[in-house]
Design a protein. Structure first.
Length: 248
């Protein structure tokens, strides 16, 4: 057998699938995962249980719908391809039929700004797309519309889809979408949730850009997600700075 390309990435895709089920945001083989490669992307094969999945079951595809190997890619390969083709910032995609996100999707409900964490999808709400049959170009079209300026959306009468710069971030975002969907459902059982105002969400979205990052990872002009702190120790100089100091 020829040596598989991207073995580490294939194993990471399988690990992501297993985590997806362990975290309770997917059931059986209903979800699918992909990750970008220089030539296109890798995606889970159709219908293979994740606990039985081997690296050869992760299918290599190009961005024109071509695939390599004996295994057919997921029936939802089009959605993954179209996100990776139209959203250059996407490095990985996670699609699931998580319970609460799917329940809201079956009601064709957007998730509004009842909680600031809707900002994890990049905007003031998490949209729900129109319905289109699974695996079709029509589904990709309504998905891309719902994903405009967003990194996650609900799929009408279907489930949810999220992307990120890598597999870890895409899985995290899908988990957050399910959590916020659950919270919205719970709030609706009590009554009508109070919505955050646009100006309140705009400041949240500015700070969300640095959410989960350390100070060295964003610009000084960016709005920090962590505020009000005073550092008491002296920051350690970098190796490069020490080298320059020794020369002077």
């Amino acid at each position: 057998m020829a040596k598989l390309k991207y073995l580490d990435l294939r194993e990471a895709v399988i690990e992501t699938c297993l985590k997806m089920n362990e975290e309770g945001i997917n059931q059986g083989t209903s979800g699918n995962v992909s990750v970008r490669t220089p030539e296109g992307f890798l995606i889970t094969a159709s219908g293979i249980p994740y606990h039985k999945m081997k690296p050869q079951h992760v299918v290599e595809m190009d961005l024109d719908g071509g695939y390599i190997g004996e295994y057919l890619p997921s029936t939802e390969w089009r959605m993954h391809l179209d996100i990776l083709k139209h959203r250059p910032e996407a490095g990985a995609v996670v699609h699931t039929h998580s319970i609460y996100a799917t329940a809201l999707a079956c009601m064709r409900m957007d998730i509004p700004s009842f909680h600031y964490m809707v900002g994890i999808a990049g905007g003031t709400d998490i949209r729900c797309s129109a319905y289109a049959e699974f695996g079709t170009p029509e589904l990709s079209a309504v998905m891309l519309k719902a994903l405009k300026d967003r990194s996650a959306c609900l799929l009408g009468n279907h489930g949810q889809i999220a992307f990120g710069p890598d597999l870890e971030k895409a899985l995290w975002r899908a988990g957050e979408v399910e959590t916020i969907a659950h919270q919205y459902w719970a709030a609706l059982q009590i009554g009508k949730p109070v919505m955050l105002k646009l100006n309140q969400m705009n400041t949240v979205l500015a700070r969300m850009k640095t959410y989960g990052k350390q100070s060295g990872e964003f610009k000084k002009t960016d709005a920090p997600s962590v505020t009000g702190l005073v550092r008491r120790d002296t920051p350690k100089a970098s190796a490069a700075a020490k080298k320059v100091a020794r020369k002077t």
